[in-house]
Design a binder for this molecule. Sequence first.
Ligand code: ITT
Ligand code: NA
Length: 199
Amino acid sequence: RRLILATRNAGKVTELRAILETADLDVDLVGADAYPEIPDVKETGVTFAENALLKAHALARATGHPAVADDSGLCVDVLGGAPGIFSARWSGTHGDDQANLVLLLAQLSDIADEHRAAHFFCAAALALPDGTERVVEGKLEGTLRHTPSGTGGFGYDPILQPLGHTRTCAELPPAEKNAISHRGRAFRALAPVVRELLG
Ligand code: ITT
Ligand code: NA
């Protein structure tokens, strides 16, 4: 059976394939790129869960196959949780990871180490063509560096150092990031639900 990955973010696709393959589901993972005719989903929700469900439902409806979606972002304590659901477009240009990171670092330039707590958050949604839906969430807590470090991952990975670690997410090997990440946690929790509902 097909399971659609309802995302056009290349970094997410790489991680989702690795995480879901480890979960050993009996499905063919098909990226949204296989359906170029389906328009991008407007993320009009006000929470990660709402946006993840919007994306999963849109692809399930349009393709006739079950779909999983990820809505995620970086929440900075001293900014009241921003960029949050606006993480992908914080600089104004959707998906410009470098510009988003540079702007965030500038906004935090006066903030001392002890006030640089932040977390990554991920809502993982499953939708079936008949409208059935499930959503689960995952979180990775850490602190923000003053300068980027590392070349792995994507987005804000070069500045988020997970609690209990000395390296940034971008310095961790992919399997180590997935083992502790918001996305790894959320999709490992979603996997048994996929197995149950598609089974
Ligand atoms: P899709 O909606 O097509 O999935 P998107 O990039 O628009 O792709 P989101 O709205 O969920 O997805 O935004 C996610 C943003 O949050 C992403 O662009 C990064 O800036 C940030 N982010 C999410 N997970 C991350 C991770 O594991 N490491 C670093 N940054 C992450
Ligand atoms: Na979003």
